[in-house]
Design a protein around this ligand. Structure first.
Ligand SMILES: [Zn+2]
Length: 362
């Protein structure tokens, strides 16, 4: 048992240290408990490392993971992989014009690193799965190391960007890992991650049959609130967290269940509704606007208290940044005002998708 595990799991809640919790679900002989201090949901009792790592075996890689990408032992369809990761690359490219040094934590077979390298990024990956790392280096041809991120040494201030795609929920010590990420990011560097949203409509309807609730694999289940706390405690000051209004009703451990049939029907209706697609577009624009705000956060800090005249002078001094300043009161914000706060909060709750996206700047 590692130090991180003792500290992160045995010392109470990973986020707030509280030892008080209530059981939210019982599944696969484990419990999912909700911390009474901060609301973080985690697997209980702590799962031994060897039990957990057995899951990331060669069979898992070849029989479960690679088939998602229609891939076998010898090759991989690069177009499918490009389209799968284009959203995350697009987010990075809104920040950096021409790549930089990138770390992919939980890189798996290295597909993201592959497409990032095509777009100018110099990347390296880390993953606990020996077979995935071997595949990444030998078949995909990217740089990857086997091991737990917590145990590997990276020099401080060494990366322009760090990504954790579907990884955070698997870590033994998310807070410790995020603090390390903060340490090894360069000033102005960016961390991007995605993780399931515990408050999603899918969980509310499917209950314990929601396949994301998987205590042996997903040790932690974050919500917008607990993810916010995680970033704060890790040292990040500038970050945004968004819910993606996308759903997958097939993500269930029981298709016999009535709730599954209900959710499938509701989801079918939702997808036929123009309002849903408008809301989805609205949320995408919101993310992009907040991203623009995050990019200009330093400038905002220097401008705090400045007059409109000062802002105009700043635009004149920094012509390259002129397009980012007006976005502060951009089209999307105008639309948000028209939607109205109450309606916005209501829609955010009832169309709460399966995934959270978080972007943090050091
Ligand atoms: Zn807690």
């Amino acid at each position: 048992m590692t130090f991180a595990m003792k500290k992160g799991r045995k010392g109470g809640c990973n986020l707030c240290g509280s030892r008080k919790f209530r059981v939210a679900y019982e599944k696969f002989n484990y419990s999912l408990v909700r911390c009474r201090g901060c609301g973080l949901v985690y697997s209980w009792p702590p799962i031994p490392e060897d039990v957990l790592f057995q899951r990331y075996s060669e069979e898992y890689l070849f029989n479960e993971y690679l088939p998602i990408f229609k891939t076998d032992r010898t090759g991989f369809p690069i177009d499918l992989i490009r389209s799968h990761y284009s959203f995350f690359l697009h987010l990075l490219e809104r920040f950096f014009n021409s790549g930089g040094k990138l770390l992919d934590i939980g890189c798996g077979p290295g597909f993201f690193l592959k497409v990032a390298s095509e777009r100018g990024w110099v990347g390296e990956g880390v993953d606990v799965s020996e077979s995935a790392v071997r595949y990444a280096t030998d078949v995909v041809g990217v740089r990857a190391r086997q091991g737990k991120f917590e145990d590997l040494n990276f020099p401080p201030d060494s990366f322009d960007a760090i990504v954790l795609l579907d990884t955070l929920e698997h870590l033994y010590d998310p807070l410790g890992s995020m603090r390390r990420c903060y340490g090894i990011l360069k000033k102005g560097g960016l961390l991007i991650l995605n993780t399931p949203d515990y408050q999603s409509v899918s969980r509310r309807i499917l209950g314990k049959n929601w396949a994301i609730l998987s205590p042996l694999e997903h040790l932690y289940n974050f919500s917008q609130k607990t993810l916010h706390l995680l970033f704060k405690k890790a040292g990040f000051k500038d970050f945004i967290i968004h819910n993606q209004p996308d759903f997958n009703p097939e993500n269930t451990h029981s298709r016999e269940n009535q709730r599954y049939r209900l959710w499938k029907k509701m989801h079918g209706r939702l997808e036929k509704s123009d309002y849903y697609w408008k809301w989805r577009e609205f949320k995408q624009n919101e993310l992009m606007d907040d991203m623009a705000d995050l990019k200009t956060a330093d400038m905002e800090a220097t401008m705090r208290g400045a007059t409109t005249g000062d802002a105009l002078r700043l635009q004149a001094i920094c012509p390259g940044e002129t397009e980012t300043i007006p976005l502060k009161a951009g089209l999307h914000k105008e639309k948000k005002r028209r939607v109205g706060k109450k309606t916005y909060r209501f829609l955010s709750r009832i169309i709460r998708g399966d995934t959270l996206i978080a972007i943090a700047k050091k």
